[in-house]
Write a protein that binds this ligand. Structure first.
Ligand code: NAD
Ligand code: HP7
Length: 313
């Protein structure tokens, strides 16, 4: 049984990590959050220690490490805001544990270089949650693409609408410096997925980038992709709205719809199973998606010529 600590235990995604730790037969021994609304811990690990101050959390993990090698924490799960990830990963490795860090791993690709050095210095590993890589429909599509002609460029349209209320822009998620903006905070999932399926990134053009929407054109070894991302409920298609849905995720490849909206909920547990089996996705697997979102954040807005997503018309 592996021992886990968690940073950011009071947030939205933390319970999915708690479930994954439990479902894989492991134990959460300590948790940190600057916010003390963490009663959820009792539903999973009633004996976990909880800290609101980093220094006390650090002291506790250090004590466990020194007391007895059996008590030492094996993994630190990081569920804090995006701009704190690199610092929290450094802490995890220096404390003698491996890290399991939420996406986006970091905001800019050069942050990855520093983390590689810490991995080398400590001998510990950084694992990341890239959960679409373990989604069965995405794995099937990747296999299909890999089995098709090598030089084919598939025509892909990706529409990813996941409505958020007014709170979103008031929280750290709406703050470019803290979340990286929506293309980073939410888009990073599908930019990584596109790279995973279609190979190296060759071109990255941005047509729209504001607080609630972004769109552009990406070219990969095996695909030409028109993408649109929004957290604005008004962008959800009428049919989905009438069915009471606030989310619409669609990817068409050469005109054929790939159904991947379902099956999102257990992907953290599958990710943990893979990490524990030594097949976690590490720093290098993250580089393309992080470079993609970093470029999108800083690129000039291109005029609507050539290939652009039909939603922009
Ligand atoms: P959240 O705001 O709900 O939770 C973040 C938590 O971190 C809060 O409880 C906050 O108090 C805590 N926190 C802030 N600063 C801290 C610090 N210095 N030390 C300790 N705790 C601190 O956000 P969330 O939605 O849970 O997102 C957390 C992370 O998970 C983000 O990186 C986000 O991108 C990622 N996320 C991933 C998915 C996914 O599908 N994989 C879904 C949602 C969020
Ligand atoms: N929701 C909340 O109530 N609070 C939140 O903080 C987030 C969602 P989905 P996930 O918004 O930061 C996606 O769209 O898949 C509500 C991104 N992940 O299914 O869980 C929401 O209003 C993630 O990377 O959300 O998370 C819905 O009612 C990103 O950090 C419901 O929860 C996160 O949004 C489910 O919403 C975010 C993927 O796109 C895979």
């Amino acid at each position: 049984m592996k021992k886990f600590a968690m940073i950011g235990a009071a947030g939205y995604i933390a319970p999915r990590h708690m479930q994954a730790i439990k479902a894989t037969g492991n134990n959460l021994v300590a948790a940190l959050d600057i916010n003390d609304s963490v009663g959820i811990i009792d539903s999973h690990f009633p004996n976990a220690h909880f800290f609101t101050e980093f220094e006390r959390f650090d002291r506790h993990l250090d004590k466990l490490r020194r007391a007895n090698s059996n008590d030492k924490v094996d993994y630190v799960s990081i569920c804090s805001p995006n701009y704190l990830h690199d610092s929290h990963m450094r802490f995890a490795l220096r404390t003698g544990a491996d890290a399991i860090c939420e996406k986006p791993l970091v905001l800019n690709p050069w942050n990855i270089d520093g983390l590689k050095e810490i991995e080398k210095d400590t001998g510990h590993k950084i694992n990341t949650i890239l959960q679409l890589r373990v989604h069965p429909a995405i794995i099937a599509l990747r296999e299909k693409v890999q089995n098709s002609k090598k030089d084919t460029k598939h025509e892909v349209d990706l529409t990813y609408i996941t409505s958020r209320g007014h709170w979103y822009l008031q929280s750290w998620k709406g703050d470019l410096k803290k979340s990286g903006g929506i293309a980073t905070n939410i888009g990073v999932h599908f930019f990584d997925m596109l790279h995973f399926i279609f190979g190296d990134l060759q071109e990255n053009i941005v047509h729209l980038s504001d607080d609630t929407k972004a769109a552009g054109y990406l070219e990969y070894e095996n695909a030409r992709v028109r993408w649109f991302l929004s957290v604005d409920f008004d962008d959800v298609p009428e049919a989905q709205k009438e069915a009471g849905q606030r989310t619409f995720r669609s990817i068409t490849v050469d005109g054929e719809e790939i159904e991947f909206s379902g099956g999102f909920t257990d992907l953290h547990t599958i990710s943990y199973q893979e990490i524990l089996a030594g097949r976690g996705f590490g720093l290098d697997e993250n580089r393309t998606a992080i470079a993609t979102v970093s470029h999108i954040r800083n690129a000039p807005i291109a005029p609507l010529t050539g290939d652009y997503h039909p939603k922009l018309k």
